[in-house]
Design a protein around this ligand. Structure first.
Ligand SMILES: CC(C)(COP(=O)(O)OP(=O)(O)OC[C@H]1O[C@@H](n2cnc3c(N)ncnc32)[C@H](O)[C@@H]1OP(=O)(O)O)[C@@H](O)C(=O)NCCC(=O)NCCS
Length: 136
């Protein structure tokens, strides 16, 4: 299988961020707040991908972690400059996670002099994590 070079972070690293999420935190929030919680945090594409898994919560938790990890890589956190749905994680042809940014997040990325945001996700039965890299 040939791997396109553009999968690799190109250019200088401008920021990194990681996050760990207990999966029960996401399932508890869903049970407590219902679809409102899901719609507040996750894009339609994220919801579609996660809800087709046997257990959606590890994938939802990993995407929650991805948003926080990227917000740390930007050093702004989730809030005024970056909303939960400013970031959406889709999946490529080999199931690799791909970061999609809305116009706000893209303009933040440009202000930092960045061009790409790379993400890696992982989950066990109890915990999900994400690691993000912003590159020039
Ligand atoms: C930046 C943010 C993602 C940190 O996440 P957190 O869950 O509070 O904290 P974590 O345990 O994952 O990480 C803590 C570490 O993040 C790092 N950190 C804190 N602020 C940071 C920033 N602005 N940029 C990068 N890293 C930051 C610190 O190293 C901190 O460790 P320390 O306290 O030992 O120094 C968080 O402030 C945020 O924006 N959260 C989303 C807001 C929200 O609404 N949360 C409620 C969930 S519904």
């Amino acid at each position: 299988m040939s791997i396109p070079f553009n999968l690799l972070p190109a250019g200088k690293t401008l920021g990194i961020g990681c996050d760990l999420v207990e999966i029960s935190r996401i399932s508890d929030a869903h049970n407590r707040h219902g679809q409102h919680f899901i719609d507040k945090i996750f894009s339609g594409e994220e919801q579609k991908y996660c809800m087709k898994q046997n257990n959606p919560y590890p994938s939802l938790a990993a995407r929650f972690a991805a948003k926080e990890a990227i917000s740390k890589a930007f050093t702004v956190g989730i809030g005024e400059h970056l909303g939960w749905k400013s970031i959406s994680i889709t999946n490529g042809e080999r199931n690799q996670p791909i970061v999609q940014l809305d116009a706000n997040a893209q303009s933040l990325l440009k202000k930092l002099g960045g061009q790409n945001v790379h993400i890696s996700l992982s989950h066990t039965d109890t915990t999900a994590m994400a690691f993000a890299v912003v590159t020039q």
